[in-house]
Write a protein that binds this ligand. Sequence first.
Ligand code: WQD
Length: 334
Amino acid sequence: MKILVTGGLGFIGSHTVVELLQNNFDVCIIDNLANSKMSTVDNITAITNKKPKVYCFDVCDSAKTKEVFSTERPDAVIHFAGLKAVGESCEKPLLYYHVNIDATLSVLNAMDSVPTCKSIIFASSATVYGVPNSLPLTETSPIQDATSPYGETKIINERILQDWAKVNPQKSAIILRYFNPIGAHPSGLLGEDPNGVPNNLMPYVTRVATKQAPYLKINGNDYDTLDGTAIRDYIHVVDLARGHVLALNKLKDFRGVYICNLGSGKGTSVLELINAYKKATGVDFKVEFGPKRAGDVPANFASIDKAKRELGFECKYTLEDACKHAYMYQLKHI
Ligand code: WQD
């Protein structure tokens, strides 16, 4: 089977490409390098001994995208390409609506031109659940107003896929709702290395642990949680990537819309993650408490019963593994 991966050189995309290649899928990539590097394909090759073809352009360019689909004739698509910084989306909403929606429309239009391209897996996010009414979050938990334009684009994309699937009954739209992807490939060759100051907790902790930032500011310690800090569901990026291979294999004959959470199924507070990081790496570092961050939810974590039952999904890595892998990757890329 040939899989076309948009955003395949990004953090989650590159780890997924590795798992696909190691499971004998053929892979080609479209990536505009807005938040990734061309050298990542060499690291993918170093791990898998296979070199996927990379087309470097913006997948919002629907003519070029259609051309690649016509050349490559993929059997399925995994669509990661898009902008994902929550804070930036609040400053530049029009950019986020343009990129994240037009990219999906471009991919779906290209899929329509290749009858044998049967499935799309879409990278959605737990952010579509908004502020949870109850936990853990299941796939039937209500979709609520997003707390950012970024989150809104995920909700809109899910609706687009629902409507597209209605007029393409012979195809499938698989919506995977990611919780908080963290960590790096155990080889130390792939990882998360955001440009500029990281928005997310794990890459920021890693910058502090590797002495690239003086201390970690914890956004709020007066939440209604055990230790007062916010709770999230952190999943190792390789476990997340493996979830995509399971979805492709288990759902190849599925038709219609399939929605599934991908997380660890556990809630971890900011302080618990910090303590796990220090234990896993043996590195101590300074933390300070600051005010809550606008738009944050106090707590969210996934029920992954559906993924376990229907896809055979299991997390193989622990929180400590993710901390250690992130740290080791960063040490090689300072
Ligand atoms: C986690 C917790 C922060 C940095 C977002 C998106 C989600 C996905 C992952 C793209 C929060 C706190 C953080 C810091 C801190 N994005 N924190 N100090 O906000 O749960 O999810 O990123 O795929 O869709 O919504 O993740 O890592 O930013 O924050 O205290 O320096 O860590 O306030 O409570 P979040 P995060």
